[in-house]
Each structure stands twice: as C-alpha cells, then as structure tokens.
Design a protein. Structure first.
Lengths: 278, 155
C-alpha cells in the first residue's frame, strides 16, 4: 500500500474534469496532471453533478413537504421540514432586522444544501469512486464542498448579493461613500478605500475557504485513515478510526453548514445597514 | 481553479434559492404561522370561555341568593298571614261564643221567669184550692192533716 499511497491520495483528490487539453483537445482528463493542464476553462463534472443533484434532492424533498403543508396536524416530513424552517427563521429574524423576504429562504437553501454536500463526506471514501471506476469513470470526487471552486462559487454569489443590496439600499453614492469615508475621515480616502476593499473581499474569500478548508481537511483524514487498510488488525483499527472520525465529523458538517448560512445572513444584514458604526 | 465550475455553482445557487423562495418557504412558514394563529385563537377562546364560565357562575349564585331571599320573604309573609288568620278566627270564635252564651243565658232567664210566672199562678191556684178544701172540711183534724200533707206533696 505504502508505495502507491501518494497515487491513492492524488486519485481521491482529483476531480472528474472535462475541458480542452492543449494536446488532446476536448474530453475528460485521464490523469491528474492533464486535469490540471486543462486550466481555468475546464469543468469539474463530478462536483457540479453532485452539488446540483443534492440541490435537486433538497428542492424535491422540501417541495413535497411544502405542497402537503397543512396548518393542522403535520405529518412526519412536514414536521422535520418545519423544525429546520423554524430554526432558520428564528436565527435569521434575530440577525436580520430589515425587510427582505428572500434572506430567510436563502439561509434555508444554503443550510440544507451545504449540509447535504458535506454529508457526502460520511459516505465511506472508496465506495463511490470504486463503483465509478467499475463503470469506467476514472475520477469521482463526491463531496462538492471539498472543491474550492464550488465553495468559492457560492461565496462569490453571496459577494455579488452583498454589493447588489448595498447599492440598492444605499445607492451607488452611498456605497462608495462607505468605501472611501470609513473608518478614517474622508481626506484619508486612499487608506480607507484599501482597508474597506480588503474587508469587503475578505468576506467571500473567508466564507468560501472556511467551508472548503474544513471539509477538505475532514476528507483528507478519512483518506489517510483509509490508507491503513490491509491485514486484519490494521483494517479493524482503521474501521474504528473511520467510525470515530465520522462521529466527530457529523458535528463539523452541521456546524459548517450553519456557519455558512449565518455568515451569509450577517453579511447581507450589514449590506442593508444604512448607518454603520464601527 | 475552474471558472466554469464556479460559475455553474453560482447559477445553481441562484436557481435553488429562487426555487426555495417561490415554492418552498412561503408554504411551510405559512402553515406554521397559520397553526400558531389557530393555537393562539384556541387559547384565547379557552380563556374567554373560562371567564364567561366564572361570570355565569357568579350570576347563577346571585340569582340563587335572590331566589332564596324571596322564598324566605314569602314564607315569612305566609307565616304572618297564617298567624293573623288564626288570630282573627280566634277572636271571631270568642265573640261568637260570647254571643251564643249571652243568648243562651237570656233564653234560660226567660224560661225561668216564665216558669216562675206559671208556678206563681199555680201556687195561687193551689193555695186557693187548698183553702177551699180546708174550708170544706175544717172539722176533721186528722183529715186536715192529711189534706195539708197532700197539698204539701202537690207543691
């Protein structure tokens, strides 16, 4: 096992990439190097497929709960959905005091969707990649939130919404005034602009990288523990370790999903604040 | 880095948020709010019913007390009336008794007087008769005695 440990890890960390290779043209990358060489205009098919698939699962499950939602005695599915909705609604209404009815549904979507993506981390690391390779697919990374493109894609969407709502609420002038006349008086506007821009950009980058970092680290531990397998004693020890880490990881995946949702709400609440004091 | 993956994820994000906003959130939160309202209304109705019940109980007690007082009044009145009637009847009876007694006494007195009158007449007759007999047979002493005895017995 030891000699191809590096290969095993690389295999697990390589996305199924579709793109234009400089030499081979359009197609799926069959090695990690080729995937890297495809550059910016390639697409991680597995990340997108799993994340969209899980998003669709969220929509279908909650839609079926919503369609049958009754103010009378709720059924099991409605009950479960209502617990999450109530939790999100409480959280959002305690953070976000302005009037905007898209914030709470967005927080719900983020929380459940990111949770589902993170949840894929608990599927034993080899099951689906092995199944995929049996079906002839070389690479298969099933946890979309361990792909920085996915997490940054979401966090830059949040960034776009921050700017959109800032300008919508405060106007273009108000938005730039906040960038230039803060935190120091207006005549120090270059310093202000630098500081505020860094603050603004730090929001989506930290938001995306936090989720990616946590999940990537968690996935990495699973992969490293999986390297132990071989021989009865080591396999048993590896199994116990996997199980223990999975139990701990349940907390991490839920917490990270919640953190992503709450930070989004906080950032958007700040975007709505007209008289910022800090 | 893969821009297409990022952009694809962004688009998916927008679509899912939009879907949740339009087709999921309002229904679930609507049902929850409605249930909350129903429960609040139910609790409100229950406490109102409780208040009404207390009110009705107080009112019933009041009516009962009034009825009790009224009944007591009626009984007292009746008792007074009965006593009055008995008193009246007693005094009526007394005066009737007086009247009847007086009438009876007067009757008796009249009878006595009449008896006396008739007796007086008869005594006079007897005395005259006796005197006649004495005068007819004044010789015989013994016969006088016998006669006188007879007169006396006839008295």
């Amino acid at each position: 096992m030891a000699e191809d440990a590096g290969g095993y890890i690389t295999h697990h960390l390589t996305n199924l990439t579709y793109g234009k290779h400089p030499e081979d043209g359009w197609g799926f990358a069959d090695t990690a190097e080729k995937a890297a060489e495809m550059g910016f205009w390639s697409i991680h098919v597995d990340s997108i497929a799993w994340s969209v698939g899980l998003g669709v699962v969220f929509c279908l499950v909650f839609r079926s709960a919503a369609k049958r939602a009754t103010a009378g005695v709720p059924g099991g599915l409605q009950n479960a959905a209502e617990i999450i909705v109530d939790f999100i609604d409480d959280t959002v209404s305690s953070i976000f005091q302005h009037r905007n009815d898209i914030i709470a549904p967005m927080a719900l979507t983020i929380f459940v969707w990111v949770f589902l993506m993170n949840l894929m981390d608990l599927v034993p690391v080899d099951w689906i990649p092995k199944l995929a390779s049996v079906l002839g697919v070389e690479y298969m990374k099933i946890v979309p939130s361990t792909d920085p493109n996915v997490t940054l894609g979401m966090s830059f969407t949040v960034f776009f919404l921050i700017i959109y709502y800032s300008i919508k609420v405060k106007g273009v002038g108000g938005f730039f005034k906040e960038l230039l006349c803060h935190p120091f008086p207006w005549y120090l506007f270059p310093v202000n602009f630098l500081l505020e821009t860094v603050t603004l950009l730090a929001k989506p980058i930290s938001l995306g990288l936090r989720l990616y970092g946590n999940l990537f680290a968690g996935e990495m531990i699973f992969i490293l523990i999986a390297l132990l397998y071989g021989g009865i004693v080591l396999s048993f020890a590896g199994g116990v370790l996997q199980w223990g880490w999975a139990v701990f990881h349940v907390l991490v995946i839920t917490l990270q999903a919640f953190v992503f949702a709450v930070l989004t709400v906080i950032y958007l609440a700040q975007a709505h604040d007209t008289s910022e004091e800090h | 880095m893969s821009w297409v993956t990022m952009i694809g994820q962004s688009i998916a994000f927008f679509i899912f948020v939009w879907f949740c906003w339009k087709f999921i959130w309002p229904f679930l939160i609507g049902a929850m709010r409605e249930r909350q309202q129903t429960i609040a209304d139910g609790l409100e109705a229950a406490s109102k019913a409780q208040r009404d019940l207390e009110h009705a109980e107080a009112r019933a007690e009041e009516i009962l007390n009034e009825a009790r007082a009224e009944a007591r009044g009626i009984v007292d009145d009746a008792r007074g009336q009965a006593a009055q009637m008995i008193d009246n009847a007693r005094s009526d009876a007394e005066s009737e008794r007086e009247r009847i007694l007086k009438a009876a006494q007067a009757d008796v007195a009249q009878e006595v007087n009449r008896a006396k009158e008739s007796l007086r007449g008869e005594v006079a007759d007897l005395a005259v008769m006796g005197a006649e007999r004495i005068l007819e047979a004044s010789i015989d002493r013994e016969r006088h005695d016998a006669l006188l005895d007879r007169v006396a017995a006839e008295l």
